[in-house]
Design a protein around this ligand. Sequence first.
Ligand code: PRP
Length: 188
Amino acid sequence: MTESHPDTPDAVTVTEPAIRVLFSREQIAARVREMGLQIARDLGDLSPVFVGVLKGACMFQCDLARATPLEVTLDFLSVSSYGAGTTSSGSVRMISDLRGDVAGRQVVLCEGVVDSGLTLSFILDHLRSRGAASVRVATLLDKVPCRKIQVPVDYAGWRIGAEFVVGYGMDAAERYRNLPYVGVLEES
Ligand code: PRP
């Protein structure tokens, strides 16, 4: 039940930023389905492990795994590079490591967005040091103009510019991850 309260002199006005839809729920579903089928074609009868980079890749990883008609296993890494800001801090730290052994496995690394490339570079080094037989990189979004370091991207949903995106797993200070679409925060 909603109660109405009289205005009070100390009421705080919060201006919510508008969100411009960049990729709709339907567009994402169609593109992820294509990517899942492409990965299956490329991997033949192999059984890859889909490694999701938390937290931003959580939705993408799950949808991509369901779109891939192969026997796959799931694992997760948690790293952070942005903190609470909207630009890359340049430093990557491991928050939690894989639970499983990727030695000798075909890895499909699932990212929400590749920006500077620093996170991906760090994770690729990590997976190689763990003896992965191969690593293919799948990202929903690839911010090509923002690269600070060259990294391989095998499957990209879309290439975009430098805009700060939220939704479908991606956040601004932990908000908006559960939006079913990808959007851009508009300046108010
Ligand atoms: C975001 C995103 C990528 C990384 C890409 O993660 O999900 O993992 O940044 O940036 P880079 O290419 O400049 O390194 P973030 O650190 O914001 O953590 P989160 O996934 O938990 O939101």
